[in-house]
Design a protein around this ligand. Structure first.
Ligand code: UDP
Length: 239
């Protein structure tokens, strides 16, 4: 099932590289339950990003490092395929993927009822098959659907979206070109029901007013994306 989501009020003054309005998301589709062997899975396309997520668990943790006496431990691996970017990426973890794996686990953690599963582990594998800017957000959004697909009890979903500053204007959902040539990138994740922010990063320079506008814009984007997450789960499991 394909769900296309495009929005935007085109009130911005300057046009963007791909013709989007300042508050317009790239087309988004999410499908839940795409892998037979994982406990939960999701496939997401967001603009030129293609991301596959597999979830296992909660299951008993036999590695002491990944055991917590009072709750489950989230092990997350974000991986970019060598063929996902223009210049072939060297396979294996690097500083960037280690950082994104860590912030992804931290962004998802508040939504999961970890206390129900002491000494167990929940594994999340995020595979970026094609990248076009905003893969950390795409990974978090898809991972949340995969966790729900695995039947892992959650307080809320987690949904992520970046905003930033390009050509002196605050815009929603940066493409790869905008990410590279822009002045700032602000990835945000929220739990959409409570509005609680679970990830907030900022790279680049923004005035306090621009930063506030960027966060508000990203939160609005997250709320739109959250509807597509819900549709994906409804398509798999019904109402
Ligand atoms: N990128 C790339 N090669 C790399 C890492 C990233 O071409 O080794 C591209 C990719 O399109 C990615 C974008 O640069 O989406 C922005 O990367 P960033 O580190 O800002 O993370 P993201 O925006 O993907 O969360």
């Amino acid at each position: 099932m394909i769900i296309i989501l495009t929005e935007g009020t085109n009130l911005g003054t300057k046009s963007r590289d791909d013709g989007r309005a300042f508050d317009e998301l790239r087309p988004l589709t999410i499908e839940a339950g795409v892998l037979e062997r994982a406990d939960g899975s999701a496939y997401l396309e967001f603009g030129g990003n293609k991301v596959l997520v597999a979830v296992y668990g909660p299951k008993e943790s036999f590695i002491r490092r990944f055991q917590r006496p009072d709750r489950a431990y989230i092990r997350c691996r974000y991986n970019m395929a060598p063929f996902s970017v223009d210049d072939r990426k060297r396979p294996g973890p690097d500083r960037r993927s280690v950082e994104i794996s860590k912030i992804t686990a931290e962004a998802l953690q508040p939504a999961i009822l970890l206390e129900k599963y002491p000494r167990s582990v929940i594994e999340i594998f995020i595979e970026v098959l094609e990248a076009e800017g905003g893969t950390r957000c795409a990974g978090i959004t898809a991972a949340s659907v995969a966790l729900a697909d695995a039947g892992i009890p959650m307080r809320d979903m987690v949904v992520a979206c970046a905003s930033g500053k390009v050509n002196d204007e605050v815009v929603l959902d940066l493409s790869e070109v905008e990410d590279k040539d822009g002045q700032a990138d602000v990835p945000v994740a929220i739990m959409p029901r409570s509005g609680k922010i679970t990830l907030l990063q900022s790279d680049g320079s923004l005035t306090p007013e621009e930063f506030e506008k960027a966060v508000d814009l990203a939160v609005e984007g997250c709320q739109s994306i959250s509807k597509v997450q819900k549709e994906a789960l409804k398509n798999r499991y019904g109402e």
